[in-house]
Design a protein around this ligand. Structure first.
Ligand code: OGA
Ligand code: MN
Length: 299
């Protein structure tokens, strides 16, 4: 099957039309994998996948890992993490706030996930039919390349602290102010995260890391999760993180994805970071399935 690439203006987020992920031939799969590695984020449009088909496709990309909070994994297929604002029988069926800040998945783990595959089953729409709940992606590879040489020099060799506890504290503060979060979902999320907190100690990673496949250098930090720079006074470290974050998330490096049902977005957590907007509320429903590809220790 011949497929077509619709290039985004940004360095990532190109759309691929004309592929069926449930029936990919080996050469199509290899081409898709190469495009993914090259750009960091690709959108495969028009998919219709059963849970098992999403899992089979994802397993071709690498070993899968389960999301750390089991309450948000699909009971029949726990390697699928459910991202959703839907509440059934008084219980959220998924995680409502899966990332309303710039982040890279599982950066607080010693071996963060290599990548994620997010499949849209239900997308909330505004009254005029415009999709809500867009996700932004930024290229940490292109952002690194564009840094002035002296800054690249300054940050090479630095390590940054990534903290799940910091993420929880920030999420609790934001959640309390976030009118789009249903109180049931918010209480549930707080309890689940508190449970997970004890099991997730802080970890430090290189601030500039190398993409395990392409060898590209990428900036590696997350907003509100990366809490400081090892060996640097807190204020100085936070100012540097802020400066880098502002640079990465500036227009030239960002693609904003407006979802359609059937989109599959694949990202890698080294050369990109992402964040989701919470501009919708129940009864408008959002339902996504995510699979997560295991990664290695950043170097
Ligand atoms: C995620 C995530 C963003 C979104 O699943 O890791 O950040 O748009 N999701 O739901
Ligand atoms: Mn995420």
């Amino acid at each position: 099957m011949a497929f077509e690439i619709e290039y985004a203006k940004a360095p990532l987020g190109h759309k691929i039309h004309g592929l069926d992920l449930a029936h990919l031939k080996e050469d199509e799969f290899q081409q898709l994998k190469n495009i993914w590695n090259q750009y960091g984020v690709v959108v495969v449009t028009g998919q219709k996948l059963a849970a098992e088909q999403l899992l089979d496709f994802s397993r071709r990309l690498g070993a899968l890992e389960k999301f750390i909070i089991d309450a948000y994994n699909l009971p029949s297929n726990p390697e699928i993490f459910v991202v959703s604002n839907v509440i059934e029988n008084g219980k959220p069926i998924g995680m409502a706030d899966a990332g309303r800040m710039w982040h890279s998945d599982m950066c607080f783990r010693p071996e963060p996930s290599f990548g994620s595959v997010l499949y849209a089953l239900e997308v909330p729409l505004s009254d005029d039919g415009t999709p809500l709940g867009d996700t932004h992606f930024a290229s940490t590879a292109a952002a690194f390349d564009a840094l002035p040489a002296d800054l690249r020099e300054k940050i090479s060799g630095l390590r940054a602290v990534n903290s799940f506890s910091a993420r929880i504290a920030a999420a609790a503060e934001r959640g309390a102010k976030d009118a789009s979060m249903d109180p049931v979902a918010l209480d549930h999320l707080k309890a689940q995260r508190d449970k997970a907190k004890a099991e997730v100690p802080d970890v430090d990673h290189p601030l500039v890391r190398t993409h395990p496949v392409t060898g590209r250098k990428c900036l590696y930090l997350s907003e509100l999760i990366t809490s400081g720079i090892v060996g640097m006074p807190p204020e100085e470290g936070q100012a540097l993180l802020r400066q880098l974050m502002d640079h990465i998330t500036s227009d030239p490096f960002v693609y904003r994805h407006s979802w359609s049902v059937g989109d599959v977005v694949m990202w890698d957590n080294c050369s990109s970071m992402h964040y989701a907007i919470g501009d919708y509320q129940l009864p408008k429903r959002r339902l996504m399935y995510r699979t997560t590809i295991r990664g290695t220790r950043p170097v």
